[in-house]
Design a protein around this ligand. Sequence first.
Ligand SMILES: [Zn+2]
Length: 313
Amino acid sequence: MSGIVSNFELTILGCNSAIQAFGRHPTSQVFSAYNQLYLIDCGEGTQFQLDKFHIKKSRINQIFISHLHGDHYYGLMGLLSSYRLHGRTEPLQVFCPIGTKEIVEVNLKHSKGQFVYPIEFYEIEDKPSHKIFEDKYIEVHTIPLNHKIATTGFLFVEKPRERNFIKEKIEEHQIPNEAINLIKEGNDFIGLDGKVIPYTELTTAPHPQRKYAYCSDTIYDESILPIIQGVDLLYHEATYLHSEELKAQQYWHSTAKQAATIAMKANAQSLMIGHYSSRYDNLDELLNEAKSVFSNSMLAIEGRTTEVSPTAP
Ligand SMILES: [Zn+2]
């Protein structure tokens, strides 16, 4: 979209549920904003998928783990270990469920190993949605999900952007270069003749903040709606077709129809479904079922990058 210079996009590394099947891997994604990379979940094989899709793992400084079912984190130990072997020195932050640090430490204890780079574990407390991370570009908030064990989704929110300066105004009002950033930040300009020109006359409103919500794994639960309201892209698990609704409930998962209903009720711009059961080879039925409720639905496909934008398909 015009006016957007910085990327905000999602690449799927693994899109299947518990068992890998039909060439599909367990869950992992790379979210990229302003060319920073954030890893979301780390199922087995994640580092191989990173290599396959030419994503430099050394550029990842934050990892977000939703829950401690193996298909969402069994790749973590391997990735952490590879970082050591590759001589990583940069600190790594891991946002994860309670118990993750202990699991990693038990591994290290019995292999008599250690990491030479600093790892900070931030274990997520089970409480209402709250901010767990921010940098210059984004904030990350938790999305408490309803699964068999403690599970958290993640909401990635772009920080407010500065206003766009209207270049033609420089000559018109004799505005010096050093004043431009101040005006973009919302300060009025005072000309040499003392005349005040409001910043709103010199700039246009910034692009709305972009938002990506990652929701996996969960049963159908409308309590997340206020948190994910109006997101540009919602990823919601859709392990089963709705004909398997009882099975979905039994295993604390959702159907494609349920994922689409959440997207519709959340007024999401678009929906991506994933975490497919290994019973499905062809995914068209899952997609069609989601589309019958929410037309702007798409499948999570490994290796595919999707732009998170208010006008994305
Ligand atoms: Zn799970």
